[in-house]
Design a protein around this ligand. Structure first.
Ligand SMILES: [Zn+2]
Length: 508
């Protein structure tokens, strides 16, 4: 590096000595350069949340513009998880499922420069992922995540151009100092989508770091994996400048040796502002990372907001056809409701208890209410006030509450399977009156009788037998005594579990 600098410095000195009588207007190349990175990760919502107070891609656009006005060398990085899950996945526009198109549109307008895959990108079908990639105006980088094409493992492509395993971006400042910043992109091998293939995160990281480190002034890993793995990565490659991470939905910060690790809150409720100050003369890199709450203090960027509004209007008119008013507040105050996947798939939370209570209110004659945790997809904590949209995005699939009579033997079989399904979407949430002691299942202090008939209120999806290990749960099961007609009247809370929840929240 120092040898490389000799020539420009020498030329600069010569130039200076020969011209020092005429005042120079342009600043001398001083070997120092500042770069700003705006980081967001795990963004599923294009519009602000928490009653309009937090997040929103139009605010994110403003955050970037403010930083850009201070330093032209500003880029925005998205560390994965933005195409799914979203209520937009089930909505259609111009005959096609929207499936992340709204987010790519918003990201393009907000000025995202670099993105990596998160695990949720592969929730949607391959053809939709491909369309979203082709629509994206940003650079993708993928060092360990590839596409399976028959027997071949190939890079994903954008409009025919393969994704690079590494990406080097050159920055130049006003005085002509340049910096080459290298990026590698790493995604945890989580989703088992048939069209995706992963190589080991740590092996890939080492390989591509080694490949570019000597030709870059700094190397940054943009990752989507658990914090523990980011820490492991930082220990393995102490020469990394920074790990821009995602996957956790809460902010994280660590410094492992000289490697910084940053993660912002999900849904752009915050963004990290990372300032790199590079001195090429002594090869010193200073780094400063500050978290910024993306709240009402940040104005909505008008250009991006037009795009956000376009998609929100499309979505809202679709909900209106189902009888919902997405903008209406249904719960004004109370404790935030915990819909985070790690919790709702392993235990009860105040949100799952509320959902079950809402089902019980909608179906007062049922002995037991049952819903699968997998129908709750928000993976977020709902802050007050809660709008109808918050309920819709929490349970994007909706579906009716069905009433069935079944033998206690079948109920016991369902409940035993639910215990085995801990950690998955097949983990069931059910009435608090049910409990399990050493002798088996108990309902209101009375053991569940295998031969007795119970009335159960259950989501229609569960009755398809489509949930994990619950394929026996259909109307044809010999222990199913009676299946009542499906409630389709929009005035009936049982017509949609979300309607039941909204009305319960409203106290109706
Ligand atoms: Zn993730």
């Amino acid at each position: 590096m120092k040898r490389l600098l000799c020539l420009p410095v020498a030329i600069g000195l010569l130039f200076f000595t020969s011209c020092n009588t005429a005042k120079q207007t342009a600043a001398k190349e001083n070997g120092k350069i500042d770069i700003t990175i705006v980081q967001i990760n795990d963004v599923y919502e294009i519009a602000p949340l928490d009653g309009g107070k937090a997040g929103g891609m139009a605010r994110v656009a403003t955050v970037k513009k403010i930083q850009q006005s201070k330093n032209a060398n500003t880029i925005m990085v998205m560390a994965g998880d933005f195409l799914s899950p979203s209520v937009y996945n089930s909505l259609k526009f111009e005959g096609n499922r929207i499936r992340g198109k709204q987010m790519v549109d918003a990201m393009n307008n907000a000025g995202v420069d670099i993105a990596v895959f998160g695990n949720h990108e592969f929730d949607i079908p391959e053809a939709d992922v491909q369309s979203r990639i082709n629509e994206s105006a940003f650079q993708w980088v993928s060092s360990n995540t590839f596409q399976k094409k028959g027997n071949d493992i190939v890079p994903f492509v954008k409009n025919g151009v393969p994704f690079p395993e590494t990406y080097i971006r050159t920055f130049t400042d006003a005085d002509g100092t340049t910096a080459r910043i290298g990026f590698i992109g790493l995604t945890l091998p989580f989703n088992k989508a048939a069209y995706v293939s992963y190589t080991d995160v740590f092996t890939a990281a080492q390989k591509y770091y080694d490949q570019i480190k000597d030709s870059c002034d700094a190397v940054i890993a943009v990752t989507h994996q658990a914090m523990d793995d980011d820490i492991k990565l930082a220990r393995q490659i102490p020469g990394l400048a920074l790990v821009i991470g995602g996957h956790e939905h809460e902010r994280h910060y660590a410094k492992i040796g000289n490697v910084y690790i940053t993660k912002a809150d999900a849904n752009a409720k915050s963004a990290y502002i990372i300032k790199l100050n590079l001195n090429k003369t002594n090869k010193e890199l200073k780094l400063k990372a500050d978290i910024l709450d993306v709240n009402e203090n940040i104005a909505l960027d008008s250009t991006t907001n037009v795009v956000v509004k376009k998609w929100t209007d499309i979505a809202n008119s679709s909900y209106a056809s189902l009888g919902f008013d997405a903008t209406k507040v249904c719960m004004q105050s109370g404790e935030p409701l915990d819909g985070r996947e790690a919790y709702i798939r392993t235990q009860q939370t105040n949100f799952t208890k509320l959902i079950v209570a809402a089902m019980e209110k909608a179906s007062p004659t049922a002995d037991v209410c049952i819903i699968n945790s997998g129908s709750i997809r928000v993976d977020d904590i709902l802050q007050m006030p809660v709008t109808q949209y918050d309920v819709i995005r929490s349970l994007p699939f909706g579906g009716s509450i069905m009433e069935v009579d079944m033998k206690g033997s079948l109920l016991i079989k369902i409940l035993n399977t639910a215990k085995k399904n801990v950690g998955s979407g097949g983990f069931l949430q059910y009435s608090a009156a049910l409990s399990n002691d050493n002798n088996g299942w108990v309902l209101k202090n009375i053991p569940v009788d295998a031969g007795k008939t119970y009335k159960i209120a259950i989501t229609d999806f569960l009755m398809t037998g489509g949930e994990a290990n619950l394929d026996f749960l259909t109307k044809d099961n010999p222990d199913m005594v009676k299946v009542y007609p499906v409630f389709t009247d929009l005035n009936d809370s049982r017509s949609d579990v979300r309607r039941a929840i909204i009305r319960y929240m409203e106290g109706k």
